[in-house]
Design a protein around this ligand. Structure first.
Ligand SMILES: [Zn+2]
Ligand SMILES: [Zn+2]
Length: 733
């Protein structure tokens, strides 16, 4: 019996018989087959062989067609995907299908390399001599090939029908020969596009970098945490370790949070490494994705740089896996499909391939810090470079004690003026795009609401729109209150309004803004980076997009305008997020020879979290915050799974979750909490709710899920609600 994973919401592969005349070993694990499923046919992947089926053999149907004689998915990649389906409790066929480009899911050839036949010199001579006289079919084919440079199977097919025996005979006589050619478009590549003279040169290494490179280079499987502040030289460690892996003939997989936001890292890799590189992200066309997939599998590409889904790139024989900014939330798939963490899957992949994995961050995730403490991961500290300016001075600005203009306190405005006067640049961070988060009628108290969500609409003044940042709804920006007709007023600040305020204060100074709205236009990001690099723009306003990957040597002042948002959020990870963001943004200040200055506006200058961060830096803050997590048994000291559901009616999701809870097997060491409505219950017209599972250990939680999910699927309510399981959720929302 062969077990085939098909792209359907089924927890297990389906059992089939080998096609007539075949045995199971003709269908290798990881090969694609065409199978009947219900009344349709589907392409699936052979996930296992089994001696028998739980179903009577007479009920099993045979595989219709074997599409790959060799496994499409190499054994290591197949076992990684099976592990992912198992750990995240997601239908195995969907996990496998998501890892394949559409062309391969539809049955396209595994390889872009095809056989081509052409005439040899001996063949040409034979033809001249009138041979083969007694084999008209051979002679016909020889003549036909003589008229062209070569022909691939499809072309010979079209001309000669059944030709394989003829070709074999001609090959045996040495009259024709076979080679292979690339048929498809080349894979997506990157060039060193940013004019940075330092990009191609290897800088001298400092002691910490030497130690890190030696440790990584000497290791087989080991998870390393490369822990260093911005500018401490993490990328150089990646590059040198990558080159060493390439020198040994191995491949290199590099994960980054977002390709568009890390152009400098990608450019440095392509300028420095002596191997073909493919980029891999959600913006690729299907054709590009297929080309990159095939090139990686065949070994024509030996370095893959990509976002989350690149963790499943079919790179042959990876010798090093790098996860840059490993704390970044984008590594976790948070909606649709299998909700995996690419960072955690990367560690498992490294383990399965027995290669080192490097998790780089200035602000490691709490899970990662816990793994260091437990001895599972090994930390490689990178100190500031000796030639680097001292760490920036960080100070709080008490919003209660100072006047503010458009949300910017007077001391911050004064600091901007001072740094500009010294010939430097300033970076203003506010974690909210748009003009203002609220549109208010001061006469009757009306606030513009989203019709589909329990949320307010954000004012986007330049586009003259009200937008919902949760469901994407848009409506025209009204001038008057729809309820009483009084004039309405935007309240609060977003990037657009901060930009306007700063233009008012510094009318002569070039200013740029970077957020999802300005970056929507292709090349806008590149243009902004160029304007800041060239000094054309001297003030940069932006969301966390400005905190990632860019190196602006002349920025010496960083101001954080709305830190308070993270101080009182209900999510257990809010403080960790806030500290990571502040440290990342602050890392943009004074990276060259000048010491930087960081100002954080707050209404709560006494808040203990801000103090531990300011006094002791991220590590001290993390130690304090981890102690709180331990006391509350939150991750990383406990394990969570979240069963999320949504429905059109207010009660549908809660009804489903209540029935799901009722059929949960009792398991010692696992607590079920809820169901409760989500913090924002109505989103995009659907009502959201969840049921939380909490455990101290992983094993009992996963035992419960294994037994529980088949029961949930049987529930009549399971068909009416939309539901998904999130193992190790990032947040409970
Ligand atoms: Zn009103
Ligand atoms: Zn909405």
């Amino acid at each position: 019996v062969v077990q085939v994973a098909v792209d359907a919401p089924l927890r297990q592969p389906l059992d089939y018989l080998p096609p007539p005349g075949c045995v199971a070993k003709d269908l290798p694990l990881g090969a694609r087959v065409r199978v009947p499923i219900g009344r349709r046919r589907a392409v699936g992947v052979v996930a296992a062989h089994a001696p028998s089926s739980v179903l009577p053999l007479a009920q099993l149907r045979p595989v219709l067609e074997v599409l790959d004689a060799e496994p499409l998915l190499q054994p290591a990649l197949l076992s990684l995907l099976l592990w992912t389906a198992d750990y995240y409790h997601h239908p195995v066929g969907e996990v496998l299908a998501a890892a394949l480009p559409r062309g391969l899911r539809d049955g396209a050839a595994a390889s872009a390399l095809v056989d081509r036949w052409r005439l040899t010199a001996a063949g040409a001579a034979a033809l001249q001599a009138g041979e083969p006289a007694r084999a008209p079919r051979q002679r016909q084919l020889l003549q036909w090939l003589a008229a062209r440079a070569g022909a691939v199977a499809g072309e010979i097919d079209a001309e000669f029908g059944d030709w394989r025996a003829t070709v074999r005979a001609l090959t045996a006589r040495g009259w024709i020969e076979r080679d292979t050619v690339q048929t498809a478009a080349p894979w997506p590549q990157v060039g060193p596009s940013l004019a940075d003279p330092a990009i191609g040169a290897a800088p001298p290494l400092h002691a910490g970098q030497h130690a890190a490179i030696d440790a990584i280079d000497a290791a087989r499987y080991q998870a390393f945490v490369l822990h260093g502040v911005t500018g401490s030289g993490k990328t150089e460690v990646y590059l040198q370790c990558a080159q060493r892996a390439l020198n040994r003939g191995r491949g290199v997989l590099v994960l980054v949070p977002e390709i568009g936001l890390t152009p400098q890292l990608v450019a440095r890799f392509s300028a420095r490494l002596s191997a073909p590189i493919a980029v891999w992200h959600s913006g690729l066309t299907e054709g590009e994705r297929l080309a990159a997939w095939r090139a990686a599998r065949e070994g024509s590409v030996r370095v893959v740089i990509g976002t989350r889904s690149a963790v499943f790139a079919p790179l042959a024989d990876p010798g090093l896996i790098i996860v840059d900014e490993e704390h970044d939330a984008s590594y976790k798939q948070h909606e649709g499909g299998c909700r995996y963490s690419a960072r955690d899957v990367a560690v498992v992949r490294a383990q399965q391939c027995d290669t080192p994995v490097v998790l780089g961050s200035a602000t490691p995730a709490f899970e990662t810090l816990r793994n260091i403490e437990l001895g599972r991961y090994r930390v490689l500290p990178l100190a500031r470079r000796p030639d680097q300016a001292p760490a920036p001075r960080v100070a709080l600005v008490d919003l209660r004690a100072h006047a503010a203009s458009g949300g910017i306190a007077t001391p911050v405005l004064a600091a901007v003026e001072r740094h500009l006067a010294a010939g430097h640049q300033a970076l203003i961070f506010i974690n909210r795009r748009g003009y203002a988060p609220t549109l208010l009628c001061t006469a009757c108290g009306w606030i513009a609401p989203c019709q589909a969500c329990d949320a307010r609409l954000t004012v986007h003044r330049s586009a003259a729109l009200l937008c919902c940042h949760h469901c994407g709804a848009e409506e025209p920006l009204p001038e008057r209150c729809p309820r009483c007709g009084f004039r309405v007023k935007p309240v609060g600040q977003g990037t657009e309004r901060v930009e306007e305020t700063l233009r008012g204060h510094f009318p002569q100074v070039g200013l740029a803004r970077l957020d999802r709205d300005t970056a929507r236009r292709a090349d806008a990001l590149k243009e902004t980076v160029r304007a800041v690099m060239s000094g054309e723009a001297r003030i940069l306003v932006g969301t966390q997009m400005i905190a990632k990957g860019h190196h602006f040597p002349e920025v010496t002042l960083v101001a954080v305008l709305n830190a308070d948002q993270g101080l009182f959020a209900t999510d257990f990870r809010a403080a960790e997020r806030l500290a990571q963001t502040i440290v990342q943004v602050a890392g943009r200040a004074g990276r060259e020879r000048v010491q930087g200055e960081v100002l954080i506006q707050t209404d709560y200058p006494e808040h203990p979290l801000l103090h531990s961060l300011l006094d002791g830096g991220y590590d001290t803050f993390a130690a304090t915050a981890l102690a709180e997590r331990r006391a509350a048994a939150w991750p990383p000291f406990g394990r969570l799974a979240l069963l999320r559901a949504s429905s059109r009616s207010a009660s549908g999701a809660l009804d489903f979750l209540t029935s799901a809870r009722a059929c949960a097997p009792r398991t010692d060491g696992v607590r079920l909490l809820g169901p409760v409505a989500a913090a924002m219950a109505r989103r995009a017209g659907r009502h959201h709710a969840h049921l939380l599972l909490e455990a101290h250990e992983r094993a009992p939680l996963h035992r419960l899920l294994d037994a529980w999910l088949p029961r949930i699927q049987e529930l009549p309510q399971a068909r009416r609600a939309r539901w998904a399981l999130d193992v190790d959720p990032l947040g409970i929302d």
